[in-house]
Design a protein around this ligand. Structure first.
Ligand SMILES: NC(=O)c1ccc[n+]([C@@H]2O[C@H](COP(=O)([O-])OP(=O)(O)OC[C@H]3O[C@@H](n4cnc5c(N)ncnc54)[C@H](O)[C@@H]3O)[C@@H](O)[C@H]2O)c1
Length: 433
């Protein structure tokens, strides 16, 4: 029956969590003709979605408005609607606590809500990134409390989300989807559903394999970023070698090399968090994930490295750092997006603040931030404003920045992204002395 509903696009889709993952997914599924109901505990987000207003980069408000108006997307805070859904996707956060241990609270809470009204024929798909064995070891036992049996009465699969917010080249529709079900039936149904609205689907033998696949991808990124960050530090120490030039040269090799770039650290809801899910789980098997620990150590050191470089640059320019005024450019964790969660820029902000006199930031995508119980606001970026500062610290290389203009009106710039191509003694780049 579910197969038929999927084929005819009559299956009703419930999406728990309407954030950076859930909302773009809701929009793509709705565009293909399915009816989507989004469930979120954040009343503000529910109101925004129902008004057709999107704060997520990958969904434009015009499209959302059109989908809401045509009745294809609706949002609510009430999980009772889950009863009416044929397919439920869980897209809630999977953070770590202060000790960097997994916090599956939102996933468990969502599963309990699903359990309340679980019925025959429903398909549940976990999208949130997590450690291997979550789907079978955490979600399944909760759903089995209903007496219904997986693979026979209801279906359960893990399908990692690969969205890369702000990526103009690869999105939901042209990035293959990996799916692993708890049983064969589960994989088949989840695969069939995904094939109805997205491009290539790559089924794997189990939910565990799919969970591990996502962690391999993100750990791979984390490790390689750490590697170039270490190279950047070494190039600075040695002097006379520019890490960016080295990467450009290495990139010419058509095989066996893939470029990664240094920066002020790693941020967002994935790269700095997901590897900890794996290292935590590995300990249960007396296994220490050395690469993960090592790359975390290097990447987490980068904000400190960048602050020291800025303080040194101020001193070298004859300025007393304690009296200095510094402007940070870019608070988002990467270019052209508004997401500042776990951004290395926030870390830099917190580390440098007590060491200088005045600290402000500008980010065209992040108008304000709540830091240490205070709201701080992005300042305007114009010649007068730039001239007020002793140093500009470029942390996120948004495309809208006019770098020539910034160089022209700034006294000193610390560029952590190699965004400023023009060489000048006033521009100090990370990874180059
Ligand atoms: N952001 C990314 O680029 C990305 C990429 C791939 C995978 N992921 C993974 O996807 C998951 C979601 O990430 P995100 O970036 O969309 O998070 P997000 O914070 O942007 O969105 C999560 C949404 O879930 C809601 N929520 C939290 N608990 C809830 C509950 N119990 N019931 C209903 N709604 C609830 C929140 O209010 C929020 O709107 C995480 O596991 C993340 O690691 C994220």
């Amino acid at each position: 029956m579910l197969k038929n509903l999927i084929k005819k696009k009559k299956a009703k889709i419930g999406i728990i969590g309407l954030g950076y993952v859930g909302l773009p997914l809701a929009a793509e599924i709705a565009k293909k003709g399915f009816t989507v109901i989004g469930i979120d505990i954040d009343r503000k987000q529910v109101r925004r979605v129902n008004r057709g207003y999107s704060v997520v980069n990958d969904v434009d408000s015009q499209t959302l408005k059109m989908l809401v108006k045509s009745g294809k997307i609706e949002a609510t805070t009430s999980p009772r609607v889950l009863k009416t859904c044929d397919i439920i996707l869980i897209c809630v956060p999977t953070p770590v606590n202060v000790n960097k241990e997994p916090d599956l609270g939102p996933v468990i809470k969502s599963t309990r809500e699903i359990k309340r009204t679980l019925r025959r024929g429903q398909l549940v798909i976990l999208k949130s990134t997590t450690y291997p064995e979550t789907t079978e070891g955490v979600i399944l036992p909760i759903l089995h409390e209903t007496g219904l049996k997986v693979g026979r009465d209801f279906y359960l699969a893990f399908c990692p989300e690969r969205i890369d917010p702000g990526n103009k080249k690869y999105g939901l529709m042209n990035t293959p989807t990996v799916i692993g079900g708890v049983t064969k039936n589960c994989t088949t149904l989840a695969t069939q559903f995904y094939r109805e609205f997205t491009g290539k689907v790559y089924p794997v033998s189990s939910a565990k394999v799919a969970e591990m696949t996502k962690l391999l991808e993100n750990t791979f990124r984390n490790v390689n970023i750490a590697l170039v960050n270490e190279f950047a530090q070494l190039c600075e120490r040695m002097g006379g070698i520019d890490v960016w030039e080295v990467i450009e040269a290495a990139k010419t090799k058509p095989f066996g090399f893939m470029p990664f770039y240094p920066g002020p650290g790693v941020g967002g809801h994935c790269i700095p968090i997901d590897p900890y899910y794996l290292s935590w789980k590995a300990r249960e098997y007396d296994f220490h994930t050395v690469f993960i620990e090592l790359s975390a150590r290097v990447n987490e050191e980068m904000p400190y490295f960048v602050v020291n470089k800025t303080i040194d640059a101020l001193s070298a320019s004859g300025m007393c750092p304690r009296k200095a005024k510094v402007l940070i450019l870019g608070m988002a964790f990467k270019k052209d997006i508004s997401d500042s969660r776990d951004s290395p820029a926030i870390k830099v902000y917190q580390i440098i603040k007590p060491r200088i006199a005045v600290l402000k930031y500008n980010d065209p995508f992040v108008s304000q931030l709540s830091l240490e119980n205070k709201i701080i606001r992005s300042v305007r970026l114009n010649a007068r404003e730039l001239k007020k500062y002793d140093a500009v610290l470029l942390l996120t290389d948004h495309s809208v920045y006019d770098y020539n203009f910034i160089v022209k009106h700034s006294r000193l710039i610390v560029d952590t992204r190699n965004a400023i191509k023009k060489r000048s003694s006033r521009v100090k780049r990370l990874g180059s002395r």
